[in-house]
Design a protein around this ligand. Sequence first.
Ligand code: PGA
Length: 256
Amino acid sequence: MRKKFVAGNWKMNTDAARAAELAAQVVAGFVAQPGWAEKVQVALCPPFPYLGIVAQAVKGSPVHLGAQNCHHEASGAYTGEVSPVMLHDTGCHYVILGHSERRHKMGETDAQINLKVKAALQNNLTVILCVGETLTERQEQRTLAVLQSQFHGCCHGLSRDAMAKVVLAYEPVWAIGTGHNATPEQAQEAHAFLRSRVSEEFGPDVAGRTQILYGGSLVPDNAPQLLSQPDVDGGLIGGASLDAARFLKIIEAGAR
Ligand code: PGA
């Protein structure tokens, strides 16, 4: 049985004071509910400058820390970049890789993401790997082909043990930050397909254990339906993760 997982992607939002306050509110709300920690894993992914602040706020609690990106090298002349070694050193448990904003606004390719996935796993980070189709790709009925090629492109060369430390996030680009979430049926179809790809490439045991999160306008109102789909194991939350009460409501839906 896969545990539910709800992660907040704060993107380029908050400031130092707000990051500390928001993390403290999430921790307090989460630990106050008996049984939630057994049913749901929770992670907060603040911007790089606030990782240390949030690390302090979640210390000793069941809430984990994650980052939103990393470079594939451990160190070196890469001005402006942050390595997976540094993230681990800062207390990160997770790193989001391949987010559509990095693919589409920063031009990251599957080949680059594949290097990052391998580097992150080698440095004891659990990867939250995002895949998802654009609106045009969906309209042209290429959704499953896009998911297959992104998944293969980002995960090829991993061992089964390594793949077991990858969390997938299905994030249709047309649903991110738009208020138009995928329907539960659309999400279930994509998640079941992704699980079949994991099974094909890494075997049914790994596929059965792989958590597949949904992301894209996931909010308290649609969380109960989306999170009750058999292959939807949680959510990667953008906008609604910036408000502790809304984020906690989504966690509550995961704990049901
Ligand atoms: P959203 O973002 O919840 O604001 O749509 C999700 C994401 O980008 O991970």
